[in-house]
Write a protein that binds this ligand. Structure first.
Ligand SMILES: Nc1ncnc2c1ncn2[C@@H]1O[C@H](COP(=O)(O)OP(=O)(O)OP(=O)(O)O)[C@@H](O)[C@H]1O
Length: 204
């Protein structure tokens, strides 16, 4: 279970949220929405341990994520809204490096297979700078095909995706949830996901 207890967080002089609490169980989806600048990305960065809350705590199965360190990173995948794709690396290199950085080494064949499954057949060896925005996003999302983690924290994963890719991501999320995974996701788009339970948090 991923739990946020009384979170408070400010940026500059601006308080983004305070006394924010929620719990996400196995098989559960938390959708985070809100207007531009309402703090969605900031909240996700707290939940994956990149930032630290000013107040409150974030617990994974009862233990603070900052105390768990590597033990939390082994069960969690974070995809930031920019996707972390490097222009001069090929699609295969981008995928292999992002997986390796997350502690999940994959070989070239596995990377090629994942990129093919996500609709990038024939694009695997191209530098990312020549890929379209939607193709770059697909490279970033291909990590979800090879990760073994349970907790997925996804910042605007649907940006720039066409309907086929959105449907593919929906199926991936549903598969993870059906196995007892947890998904926290921001999106400005509507997407029907069958989860055991889903919660919707609207930041303002
Ligand atoms: N490093 C920073 N220094 C100062 N202010 C920041 C910093 N990072 C974010 N902010 C501010 O915090 C607020 C929340 O930003 P955040 O990126 O979390 O919003 P968001 O809800 O994800 O927005 P969007 O929908 O536009 O992606 C914004 O006003 C932003 O300018």
């Amino acid at each position: 279970m991923l739990t946020a207890n009384n979170l408070g967080f400010s940026r500059g002089n601006h308080k983004l949220f305070e006394n924010l609490s929620f719990s996400i169980n196995e098989g559960e989806l938390l959708l985070v929405s809100g207007s531009n600048g309402s703090g969605k990305t900031s909240l996700l960065r707290l939940l994956c341990g990149i930032s630290t809350p000013d107040e409150g705590e974030i617990l994974w199965n009862g233990a603070e994520i900052r105390d768990l360190g590597e033990d939390y990173y082994r069960v969690m995948t974070y995809l930031g809204h920019l996707g972390g794709i490097k222009d001069d690396l090929t699609a295969i290199e981008n995928l292999r490096i992002s997986c390796a950085l997350a502690g999940n080494e994959i070989d070239e064949g596995q990377a090629k297979e994942a990129l093919g499954r996500i609709g990038l057949v024939g694009r695997e060896m191209l530098p990312a700078k020549v890929l379209s925005q939607g193709q770059r996003r697909r490279v970033a999302l291909a990590r979800l095909l090879v990760t073994h983690t349970k907790v997925w924290i996804l910042d605007e994963p649907l940006t720039a995706l066409d309907v086929t890719a959105v449907d593919m991501i929906r199926q991936l999320l549903e598969h993870n949830l059906s196995k007892g995974g947890l998904v926290v996701m921001t999106t400005h788009q509507e997407m029907e996901i069958s989860a055991v339970t889903s919660q919707h948090l609207v930041l303002s």
